[in-house]
Ligand binder design. Structure first.
Ligand code: PLP
Length: 384
């Protein structure tokens, strides 16, 4: 089976992990800060805070922005459940904004209309989480203008978008957001097996993120309420978690990071082959504007009305041909846990339409020309 995504592990990665394992610190050592410096330096953010997962990073990002009971977080329904669950961990409520038909990101016209209505009802969101779907950045300038009007905070869920850029700057620079979160799960662009990282430019938010990932504890005397009682002393300032990344993972991450740009280039080479090879089929191919560069985590194709088969038939035929296609995503409001909160599919016509048509076909840096031809031939046989 050709997977839809997979990690690329080099000899250098194996050696980096081996060296970390044999070093003095396999967790809470120097590899963490080195990885954080590499990612934040690349992104152009002041701080980078490594975590055990993007889910953990989203959770403490919400906490750092003081999300709590009575507050609302809005996000896109076409995302992994973690983007929304982060709000529920904080006791806040979630709502969704329908997607844009072209980018599949949160529709900012829909967001603006929903904000106007929420202002009238006194239910404005405290946080909006744009998800850079498939690696394509949301229109952050326009989103930031809406933030300035309505006073919410922004956490970018950039789990798909490391290595991508927006207005000639790397995603993750937080020029238009408070915090940006990346995931290093093996299907993502670079991996630490499990892992995530939050970037920010705000020293107070960085302090909260650093302490919340380790029980709410600080060893910084200037932050202590009682003042230091000696070299052993630390203070727990609030209730945090153990969301730490290990040094073994961070060493893998730094080694992977050295190939980030080459991974993105390889994904774009494969994208161009699909763009050309699939153009004649009844498919909508992913939007690729020339003013920004996608991280290309995914290559979702949508069956048009002219397709001779439906999504289920195309999906089954591709799997039968040995192609590990997938669907990203089941709209979060369709999950039984969310249905019980009262969400109604009819509120999200674009997400429903997208979900009925979409299939993610294989996209990763090591995807071979042969495998790509297998995918394109199978699609041609099914759809032509
Ligand atoms: C993968 C993913 C997450 C969660 O990442 P983990 O590192 O597995 O916790 C969150 N949001 C989106 C959009 C994702 O794709």
């Amino acid at each position: 089976m050709i997977p839809y995504g997979r990690q690329d592990i080099s000899d250098a990665d194996v050696e980096a992990v081996r060296a970390a394992l044999l070093s003095d610190f396999i967790t809470q050592g120097p590899a963490i800060a080195a990885f954080e410096a590499a990612i934040s330096g690349y992104c152009g953010s002041t701080y980078g805070v490594a975590m055990s997962s993007a889910t953990a990073a989203l959770h403490v990002a919400c906490m750092a922005l003081d999300l709590g009971p009575g507050d609302w977080l809005w996000t896109s329904p076409i995302t992994f459940v973690a983007s929304a669950n982060a709000a529920l961990y904080c006791g806040a409520q979630v709502d969704f904004v329908d997607i844009d038909k072209t980018t599949y990101n949160m529709c900012l016209d829909a967001l603006e209309a929903k904000l106007e209505a929420a202002e009238r009802d006194g239910k404005l969101p405290k946080i909006v989480v744009p998800v850079h779907f498939a690696g394509q950045s949301c229109d952050m300038v326009r989103l930031a203008r809406l933030r300035d009007t309505y006073g919410f905070r922004i956490i970018e869920d950039a789990s798909h978008a490391i290595g991508g850029s927006y207005h000639n700057a790397h995603v993750g620079n937080c020029a238009h957001s408070d915090i940006c979160v990346f995931s290093f799960h093996p299907v993502k662009i670079i991996t630490t097996a499990e892992g995530g990282l939050a970037t920010t430019n705000d020293p107070e938010l960085a302090h909260r993120l650093f302490t919340l990932r380790t029980h709410g504890i600080t060893r910084d005397a200037s932050r202590m309420e009682n003042g230091s009682e000696g070299p052993w002393y630390y203070e727990q300032l609030e209730l945090g978690y153990n969301y730490r990344m290990t040094d073994i993972q961070a060493a893998l991450g730094t080694s992977q990071f050295a190939r980030l740009d080459s991974f993105i280039d390889a994904r774009h080479e494969r994208r161009k082959i699909y763009d050309q090879g699939l153009a004649h089929l009844p498919l909508t191919l992913p939007y690729q504007p020339d003013f920004q560069r996608s991280g290309l985590h995914l290559y979702p194709i949508l069956l048009t009305d002219e397709a001779p088969v439906n999504r289920r038939q195309a999906f089954d035929a591709l799997r039968a041909a040995g192609i590990g296609v997938n669907v990203h995503y089941i709209p979060v409001y369709r999950q039984p846990y969310y249905v019980r909160m009262g969400f109604d599919r009819a509120s999200f016509p674009n997400a429903e339409d997208y979900y009925s048509r979409t299939i993610s076909i294989p996209m990763y840096a090591q995807l071979t020309a042969d495998d790509q031809n297998t995918v394109m031939s199978a699609l041609t046989a099914i759809l032509a």
